[in-house]
Design a protein around this ligand. Structure first.
Ligand code: GLN
Length: 191
């Protein structure tokens, strides 16, 4: 089974552990760089990106994860706040972050008053059935670099993206029953 860590500093950690376990991974919480040992993938959960980024920095995890990713032996998945931590450019507060995904994002870009909403997304890479997506104080992806593959859009804006072995969504796949997003990520680990 693929070995996947879930960054366990703040946010919806247990939901992500459960989601990737249901999708077939051997999961483990990650709190310090030593926890990365032997992992093939790391998930950055939803939550508050400033809090998570600061805690990652303090734990030495920004440097350790960036190093593993550069070596090409750690695939990354970011959900919502996790996508913000992966984004190269962020507007609306600058959390310490990895900046490995060539995205420009606006935090809470659907408006602070828009707390959450659901939508059916067409995701050709996942087959014909739409993905029911839950957005919670989601960031808006304003632009993507040439190396970024857009796997789904909502109202024209990218909401599921991939660049090499790095994947991220502005919605919360872990809060539904649909395991296809997790399985697509796990397929990157095998590649
Ligand atoms: N609004 C949060 C942030 O900017 C992200 C929300 C989420 O992860 N659901 O960090």
């Amino acid at each position: 089974r693929p070995r996947v860590g879930v960054l366990a500093l703040q946010g919806d950690v247990s939901e992500h552990l459960d989601y990737f376990r249901r999708a077939g991974a051997a999961v483990r919480p990650v709190r310090v760089p030593l926890d990365l040992e032997g992992l093939e993938g790391l998930v950055l959960p939803g939550g508050e990106s400033t809090a998570i980024g600061r805690l990652m920095e303090r734990a030495g995890l920004l440097a350790a994860v960036a190093e593993r990713s550069r070596r090409g032996d750690l695939a990354l998945f970011g959900t919502c706040a996790g996508l913000i931590l992966l984004a190269r450019q962020v507007e609306g507060g600058q959390p310490p972050r990895l900046g490995l995904l060539d995205l420009a994002v606006v935090r809470n870009g659907y408006g602070r008053q828009v707390d959450s909403f659901e939508a059916d997304l067409e995701v050709p890479a996942l087959g014909d059935a739409p993905v029911r997506a839950l957005f919670i104080r989601a960031p808006v992806v304003e632009s993507t670099g040439a190396g970024v593959e857009v796997l789904a859009r909502f109202r024209g804006r990218p909401v599921l993206v991939r660049q090499g072995r790095c994947m991220a969504s502005t919605f919360h796949p872990e809060l539904g029953e649909d395991l296809r997003v997790a399985r697509l990520f796990l397929s990157l680990l095998a590649a």
